[in-house]
Design a binder for this molecule. Sequence first.
Ligand SMILES: [Zn+2]
Length: 331
Amino acid sequence: MPYLGGKELKRVYELAQREGFALVANNFAEPNVLIGLLTAYSEAKSDLLLQISLGAAKFAGGGKPLAGLRALSSYVRALAAEVEIGVFVNLDHITPDHIQDFIVPALEEGLCSSVMIDASALPFEENVAVTRQVVELARPHGVLVEGELGVIKGVEDEISSEEAFYTDPEEATEFVARTGVDLLAVSVGTQHGVSKGRELALRVDLARQIAERLEAAGHPVPLVLHGASGLSGDQVRALVAAGIRKVNKDTTYQYVYAHTACSFYLESRAGILAPEGTDFDPITFESGAGWAPNKKLFDPRVVGRKVQAAIAQVAREMLNQVGSEGRSVYA
Ligand SMILES: [Zn+2]
């Protein structure tokens, strides 16, 4: 199945709203994480929502975000054609200064199913104006728009803030009504980056209040949780029960990637690093001491396959927490 656009993603969120589950929004910047995710989601018959941040696009494009987005999108498109689930791409945390050079071409070239405009660092009125502008740009392309209200503690992609604020349900309702966003990122006590579940003043009750207020006002948009790495399975399940429909995950994959690669390389050290005091030339492959590295260990595909398998394993656990298993609209 080729990867799909905003109209098809909207159907997945509608099902999630009706049946009370959520999608994990999975950040990636390179193929190993993507392949691990596709494996896990295909097996679980869950639709797959991928996320590309501006930083990830910049990385994949050798410093050029739009080139990187085109490259990652092509990769996703090619691999998505081989699986039986719906595969979607969200642009994550795009700041107002990148509307013209990133969001507009992404919309015109059909590179995303949804986009998150993050103007949460701006005062409320300016946030409304900028978000509304992106909604108007995205509408003709059928692309969904996620807005954010309230500052999320920690470091977001190219944004940092000192204070954690909780989203106000009244303000949330006004924001959705005035901007026309399809999804709303709320701040209910999670922190960005790694956070320890126990230390959070997590407000599940606030997520529920916001969802109920939006529903009563006739704007029942799916709610989005950022900064979810570090939450326990029970916390995630409680938040989904309270109305969260999209759970962003980035840091968990980063850690699993590093842990897997680091463990493998430490175990494989003797086959990759020349013994102390031995010179080894990577071009001629000559060493003074008759030592040679082991290709079965240093070929990057060897560690890559291990990373893919580890990502698949943790992805299975997380999609199970949000309840999207077996719920693909497109399988
Ligand atoms: Zn975020």
